[in-house]
Design a protein around this ligand. Structure first.
Ligand SMILES: NC(=O)c1ccc[n+]([C@@H]2O[C@H](COP(=O)([O-])OP(=O)(O)OC[C@H]3O[C@@H](n4cnc5c(N)ncnc54)[C@H](O)[C@@H]3O)[C@@H](O)[C@H]2O)c1
Length: 341
């Protein structure tokens, strides 16, 4: 595909590769964001090879359920394995783009099990880049993180000096640098710095889901810090839209912020949660957790220019959708329990 075709892609039904359909790889496909991305790509007519190692970062049953849903959509092939150890070239053969979302996420755990973070974020990314080059992949889109900025001045701009304050942030930055350094005439790369992604399907170790689960269960919430921390929450479908755009964006060797544009304090999250669950929510405050930054806020000028990024979902609507999803899950689990009792 030449540069003109890349900038002005053909209609989807005419996009073909030597393997037939327009083909891509999604690593971390059984994850929160990877599964949502793959669903969208499949519905847009791509053929998707999904790779996941079903790691123990949280209950693998949740990941298996996402992979099972994807397998019901035509055009999807699931490959199970650890990116750092498997033969990747056969999976990448004929792929136009590799969306590299596999990784070990989460700041707090990274202080306790740093070697796992190095393995899943750094070693795995090195393997992905090497295989992408050998297999002749056109572009690797990498899921980087706002954690690379640490406690830098807000709003975060891509040309600021990254100063991660956790092993998670450091491993994401190292992998991002490998991706950007790999860009040349044969291989294009883009690193998207995602800002706190939320919405239905969110990882069970993430704040909003933990808060929603506790509030719906009538349990007190634990808040690390005084609640004045701000997060630039980004709805998962907005992240997915930016990630799909990155496949064809006129950029390579570049990092791009992807933030939802709603910088909200955790105290504001609590207030909204009380309204959404229509009951009081007790909050227990503990000292700030290690590695937690005080505020994140994305400058998205680059994403707007290169990815035509326009977040569609405001925080209140997005959190309402997540709380509804958590409620549905809880009700299904209760029904299941009652049935098997
Ligand atoms: N969720 C967020 O708010 C957020 C923010 C910034 C960046 N990111 C990045 O986006 C990506 C996806 O995040 P998520 O929230 O969907 O996480 P997730 O944990 O739900 O998904 C990651 C998936 O990668 C798989 N994986 C991990 N290491 C692997 C390996 N070595 N080989 C094969 N598979 C492996 C896991 O089993 C998991 O299914 C991650 O790279 C994360 O660092 C996420």
């Amino acid at each position: 595909m030449d540069r003109h075709d890349r900038l002005f892609p053909q209609p989807l039904d005419q996009r073909t590769t030597r393997h037939g359909l327009y083909r891509c790889v999604v690593t971390g496909v059984a994850g929160f964001i990877g599964s949502r991305l793959a669903t969208r790509l499949l519905h847009e007519g791509w053929s998707v090879v999904g790779i996941d190692g079903f790691t123990d970062s949280y209950d693998p049953a949740e990941k298996r359920a996402r992979a099972a849903s994807l397998s019901r959509i035509g055009g999807f092939t699931m490959v199970t394995g650890d990116l750092a150890e498997m033969a990747l070239e056969p999976c990448f053969d004929g792929a136009e783009v590799v969306f590299h979302l596999a990784g070990r996420a989460g700041v707090r755990a990274s202080f306790d099990i740093e070697p796992r973070y190095v393995h899943d974020n750094v070693v795995a990314t090195r393997a992905v880049l090497a295989a992408a080059r050998t297999a002749g992949v056109r572009r690797v889109v990498y899921a980087s993180s706002s954690s690379v900025y640490g406690n830098g001045p807000t709003p975060f701009r891509e040309d600021a000096r990254p100063e991660p304050i956790s092993p998670y942030g450091r491993t994401k930055l190292e992998a991002e640098r490998m991706c950007l350094d790999a860009a040349d005439g044969d291989l294009e790369t883009v690193a998207l710095r995602y800002f706190t992604v939320y919405g239905p399907g969110q990882r069970p170790d993430m704040g909003l889901r933990i808060f929603a689960e506790a509030a719906l269960g009538g349990l007190p919430l634990t808040l690390f810090g005084d609640g004045t921390q701000r997060r630039d929450f980004t709805y998962v479908d907005d992240i997915v839209a930016a990630t799909v755009s990155a496949a064809d964006a006129d950029a390579s060797g570049l990092a791009v912020n992807v933030g939802g544009g709603s910088s909200v304090t955790l105290l504001e999250v609590m207030d909204l949660l009380r309204r959404l669950v229509a009951r009081d929510v007790r909050v227990q405050m503990l000292p700030v957790a290690r590695g937690d930054v005080h505020a994140t806020e994305a400058d998205v000028a680059r994403a707007v220019a290169l990815l035509h990024f326009r977040p569609q979902v405001a925080f209140e609507a997005g959190f309402r959708a997540e709380v509804a999803w958590v409620r549905d899950r809880r009700e299904s689990a209760e029904l299941e329990e009652a049935r098997s009792a």
